[in-house]
Design a binder for this molecule. Structure first.
Ligand code: NAP
Length: 331
């Protein structure tokens, strides 16, 4: 159901986002009779509604689907489940959240606005990519390029292959170590000769006989038509370019949370993630604004943990609306 959020005083609950956290928050909010509206975002070159799972071909670690399923199919299921309980969905971005206190004014990319007594921000984080044309293309068609080894590394296509991991941080070390379960060899490609990873993670990776390091190298091209066959790497000291045959490429150069539009509405940490000050709670620094999923979680970043925090945010918003919020229709 496509719906307009206009023509009312204040909405009880507006959910911003369309990944597992957002749809779970909507399902719980709708079943609690909060009549939620989801702003699922507008498709653009960098972003499509549905979040990062839209770029994942096979999801094998989401409980309840023993045969695994396609990331896009999982998101379509979650969206349908929210619609089944009459969640209203608007295919626009929220571009700002304004107001000192609830009800907040959310301005949207369609030029309109909506007032909300409670808001759940579940806009996720995007994996950083190298920005190479064939990298993006192969990632989108399930051609052996991924930004999440834990999501994709166990797929049969990667078994027994030489797999490359790009990056020198904790994520790169963790992904490289994880991939040793499946790969013949893991090659870590790092642009410097010193790791950024914590000493313990670095030591584990350096000591692992299945992992080889290519120091001072940057990836300049990704090779392959339907599936990756290799990469071109350039030595940052000599400029020499050579090709490396690989059967998979995992990019682990950090994530960027989608919080730019918040512009001071809630407190962010140094990396731009939303701060939820109380342990096991989703309330932010602004009473009435809650956060769920990867936008507040740089640590777990899994679909199932995002869904879990979406549930938590809806329950917390429901209780806050019952006890702490401005009266319905205010503003
Ligand atoms: P990160 O610490 O920011 O590391 C990113 C790595 O990617 C750096 O080595 C960086 O190189 C490299 N890089 C960035 N842009 C690049 C580019 N365009 N081309 C090539 N290389 C590029 O990110 P992260 O590893 O995702 O970790 C994020 C946070 O989560 C950290 O605080 C980390 O400790 C934490 N984390 C912890 C664990 C754990 O404890 N198990 C696991 C994962 C993440 P330079 O070093 O040259 O800048």
């Amino acid at each position: 159901m496509q719906a307009s959020a206009g023509g009312r005083g204040s909405e009880n609950l507006v959910v911003v986002g369309s990944g597992p956290a957002a749809w779970t928050a909507a399902i719980y909010g709708a079943r609690a009779m909060l009549d939620p509206v989801v702003y699922e975002g507008e498709p653009s070159r960098e972003m499509i509604p549905g979040g990062q799972l839209m770029f994942t071909t096979e999801v094998e670690n989401y409980p309840g689907f023993s045969a695994g399923l396609d990331g896009q199919a999982l998101m379509a299921e979650m969206r349908s489940q929210a619609l089944r309980f009459d969640t209203r969905v608007v295919t626009e971005n929220v571009v700002s959240i304004e107001g000192e206190a609830s009800p907040f004014l959310l301005r949207t990319s369609g030029g309109g606005g909506v007032r909300a007594r409670a808001v759940i921000v579940a806009t996720g984080a995007r994996a950083n990519w190298l920005g190479l044309a064939n990298e993006e293309r192969l990632a989108q068609i399930g051609g052996g390029v991924s930004a999440c080894a834990v999501c994709d590394g166990a797929l049969p296509a990667f078994r027994g292959k030489v797999l490359a991991v790009v990056g020198g941080g904790d994520s790169a070390m963790e992904e490289a170590l994880y991939l040793t379960k499946f790969a013949r060899e893991v090659v870590v490609i790092h642009r410097r000769d010193e790791l950024r990873a914590s000493p313990i993670m670095a030591r584990r990776a350096l000591d692992d006989a299945t992992i080889r390091f290519e120091w001072n190298q940057e990836v300049t091209d990704v090779l392959g038509t339907d599936f990756i066959t290799g990469i071109a790497i350039r030595d940052t000291r000599t400029g020499r370019v050579r090709e490396l045959g690989v059967g998979g490429l995992f990019i682990a150069i950090g994530h960027t949370p989608n919080t730019g539009f918040l512009d001071g509405a809630v407190e962010l940490d140094g990396a731009g993630y939303i701060v939820t000050p109380r342990a096991w709670r989703t309330a932010t620094s602004a009473p009435g604004i809650f956060a769920a999923g990867d936008v507040m979680d740089a640590y777990y970043r899994q679909a199932v943990t995002a869904a879990g925090t979406g549930c938590m945010a809806a329950l917390e918003a429901e209780r806050w609306l019952a006890h702490g919020a401005a009266p319905e229709g205010a503003g």
